[in-house]
Design a protein. Structure first.
Length: 145
């Protein structure tokens, strides 16, 4: 009987966790835009010339758009390849609190501010790997939410 109660509790927690898994919209730099799409077919959508995720939720297609921190407040556009009219959404301004870090003056910490040639080679290598990963797109869409 105790195992059944624990199993039911875990199942309930998983259901609640899954219900919370879909992101909330925050139309600010660094936030997310959830844009309804007028289509019955799987759409192809772009924001700033980059492909964005489109998912089917409750029988409707939605574009899930990550808004860069560098985004300026105002109107932004999505382009849907099978539609002639762009989709507009408005980004609001947001002030984030400043955070500062103070480093003790050590040789290792100095390299964090002024990397040596070996550090620069590593940074360049890692930047190429990261750029390649960020440029990767998978046609596999998440299961229906």
């Amino acid at each position: 009987m105790k195992t059944l109660k624990i199993s039911a509790l875990i199942t309930g927690l998983l259901i609640v966790a899954n219900a919370q898994a879909f992101p909330q919209q925050h139309l600010v730099p660094g936030g997310i835009a959830i844009i309804p799409l007028d289509t019955t077919q799987a759409p192809t959508v772009y924001y700033n010339k980059r492909r964005v995720l489109s998912v089917k939720k409750d029988q409707h297609w939605l574009a899930v758009v990550g808004i860069p921190l560098s985004a300026k407040p105002g109107n932004h556009l999505l382009k849907q390849t099978n539609k002639s009219k762009d989709i507009s959404f408005k980004v609001q301004d947001k002030d984030y609190p400043a955070q500062y870090i103070t480093l003790k003056k050590t040789a290792k910490n100095k390299r964090m501010v002024n990397p040596n040639p070996l550090d620069m080679e590593r940074i360049t290598r890692e930047r190429k790997t990261l750029s390649k990963a960020l440029a990767t797109w998978s046609e596999q869409t998440p299961s229906e939410l």
